[in-house]
Design a protein around this ligand. Sequence first.
Ligand SMILES: [Zn+2]
Length: 423
Amino acid sequence: MTSTHDQGRQQILAWLDEERDAIIGLLKALLRARSPNPPGDTLEAAQVVRDYLDAQGLEYRTIDPHPQMPNIVASFDGGGAERHLVLNGHIDVFPVPESHAGWTHEPWAAEEADGKIYGRGACDMKPGTTASIITYCLLNRLQTDLSGKLTLTCVSDEETFGPWGARYLMKHHPEVHGDCLLNGEPGGPESVRFGERGPLWIEFTARAAGAHGAYVHITESATKIAMAVAHDLEELTELEGAPPHNVASAVDAGRGAMDRMMGAGAGDLVSRVTLNIGTIQGGEKANMIPSECRFTADLRLPVGMSKSDLLPHVEKIAARHQGVEWEVIGGDEPSWCDPHHEMVGIIQNNVETFGMPRPTPIVSLGGTDARLWRHHGVPAYVYGPYPHGMGSHDEHVDIEEFLHVVRTHALSAWDYLRKGSEG
Ligand SMILES: [Zn+2]
């Protein structure tokens, strides 16, 4: 380890200390900038990002294929090696019901209480996006000690998996692909996430002739057919993915950590298909045999399985029943990357240096934009705060935990890009 390396680390830690209030201030400003999605208007939040970069004297581009959903992209090149780290976070958040039901703090005020900051986006994912912005700003000051590129992407349109944010950038701006991605979506500082299951949403429609409820000898019942199909779909949950050996062994090793973080049983879900029947509608009246029934199945694909592996099984089940049609209405392939990539070790070592348990590489149950990079073959890792109140009421982040995430991102980006790290 060179002295420049240590000096760089010390300098970053000193800045984080000196600028603690400004860093917390940036998070609060982002939380006060309402950006619920839907509708997904992030103009105010994007302006907070711009103002911060302006104050730091940094250049950026606004890429806004949808005028209310801007993406802010900034990049610098330290020269030298080919390395290119990309930082990514979204600036849109889940909506809040008009009644603010369940909230004991104003959701758009960034109120501080008991060492925590409350607000919509206070874990998903304005702390993580703040970590990306701060990392970019600090490493920019050290760019003569870096080799390779660092790119910042603050994007819109994530919460609805919409087309105007990271998906647009990945498709139209290959300069944001990089060779490694760091993202601060919530998950918990005990884990580094290297993969995600893939959602697959299917709508089933069962049809029958229908009749008076007493005349069951005349027709089948669409609701009964639908219930039989839904019952049979449960068979799919026996199917397992076939990931490469190193991914399979990391999945096995991460089960215990997943159970601890997400509840007993979570670790098992990663390697097999899961089924949720999200909605069901059928019938008119208690004494009529329904002629139509629709339901939606929310299947989740494990790592090591693709849609094309699963759909023939769905077809086989549907074909057992008369009058059943089905249609894929949404979803994405699961994604994963190398659980033993250099970046994972860098994050683990940094977290340990701060006196915290070494985080375990795991696959996450929910989805993030990181999958878009993995689908492009770019290893993408997620390290973020606990999901307290995510998508629910009283969403919050512990301030010290937030600062820990910022510190981990900044030092890990430094370790990845510092001169000499490439060889
Ligand atoms: Zn998120």
